[in-house]
Design a binder for this molecule. Structure first.
Ligand code: ADP
Ligand code: MG
Length: 284
């Protein structure tokens, strides 16, 4: 999996002062995420809540980064800003080298805890929906949606409606929809939190498989230490409100990850390192 192979060809006219180096930067930037000097304060009904403080984060293309922290520490707020759904009070967010000032599903696909599918549309039509907004011709959108449904393991389920699908299958449809515009980056906010434990583990494995097959950059938010340690290349640990980054952990566990790894001392050490930092911060 190389980051250059799946990126668009760089413009041939930009050699830059440092010889070939700028070309490589351009070629690999599609999946890069950068957050600089981010603070966020909510003001609602006269109440001021500082949600995030001094967030700086650089994510290299193709990495699987998990953001973990106690409930209410601002994980969802940060992800909403990284996806362009909300503007931070101060700070800059770059995805693929360009500012995220509004949602841009060509650059960043998004999956939430709730599958938020249209109940009156089939799996196929739910995945096609973002393409129909873009007026992509019917045949092309059908083919692209089918391809993404196959990627998430749902070939044969195209004509099912959401109420005919299990929770895990609905989240597979959400992932397919998030990927249908071929963004280089996929961001997920507690996508498996509402699933039973067995499905949650299966879906984690499925997401790892999809990540390995596609080479996307993945930013995954969770409050589960186990999920963080199991999935991540790197874990970003956040403090309680106002959320700050208090640790960044490189996960040295080999890939592919297996269920058995959860019983290793290395896995336990990882969990403990996170837990020691957030145990006194868990909100009541
Ligand atoms: P997490 O996802 O880590 O649980 P959130 O980002 O949802 O945290 O929330 C961080 C803090 O900001 C919480 O105290 C929450 O109550 C507050 N908050 C979140 N969204 C809003 C909003 N739209 N208006 C006011 N306060 C908010
Ligand atoms: Mg949240």
């Amino acid at each position: 999996m190389t980051t250059t192979a799946r990126s668009p060809a760089p413009p041939a006219s930009a050699p830059g002062p440092a010889g070939k180096a700028p070309l490589r930067v351009v070629a690999s930037a599609a999946g890069a995420v950068g957050v600089a000097g981010l603070d966020h304060t909510y003001t609602a009904a006269g109440r001021v809540t500082q949600a995030l403080a001094g967030i700086d984060l650089a994510i290299k293309p193709g990495r699987f980064v998990v953001i973990v922290g106690p409930s209410g520490c601002g994980k969802s707020s940060l992800l909403m800003m990284m996806t362009g759904l909300t503007r931070p009070t101060t700070g800059t967010i770059l995805c693929g080298g360009r500012p995220m000032t509004e949602p841009d599903p060509d650059r960043v696909g998004v999956v939430f805890q709730e599958a938020s599918l249209f109940p009156w549309l089939t799996a196929q039509d739910n995945v096609e929906f973002p393409l129909s907004l873009r007026r992509v011709p019917k045949a092309e959108r059908a083919a692209r949606a089918r391809e993404k449904l196959a990627l998430v393991g749902l070939s044969g389920f195209e004509d099912r409606y959401p109420h005919e699908l299990s929770g895990g299958m609905k989240q597979r449809v959400s992932i397919a929809r998030g990927l249908v515009q071929n963004p280089s980056i996929l961001m997920l906010d507690e996508p498996f939190a509402a699933l039973d434990e067995q499905t949650r583990i299966t879906m984690g494995d499925e997401l790892l498989r999809i990540w390995a097959e596609t080479g996307k950059t993945v930013v995954f938010v969770t409050h589960s230490l186990t999920e963080a340690a199991y999935l991540a290349d790197e874990i970003v640990v956040m403090s309680a409100r106002p959320g700050r980054i208090i640790d960044r952990i490189e996960v040295a566990l080999p890939r592919p990850r297996t269920y058995e790894m959860m019983a290793t001392p290395q896995f336990a050490e990882l969990r403990e390192r996170i837990w020691k930092q957030i145990r006194h911060q868990a909100s009541a």
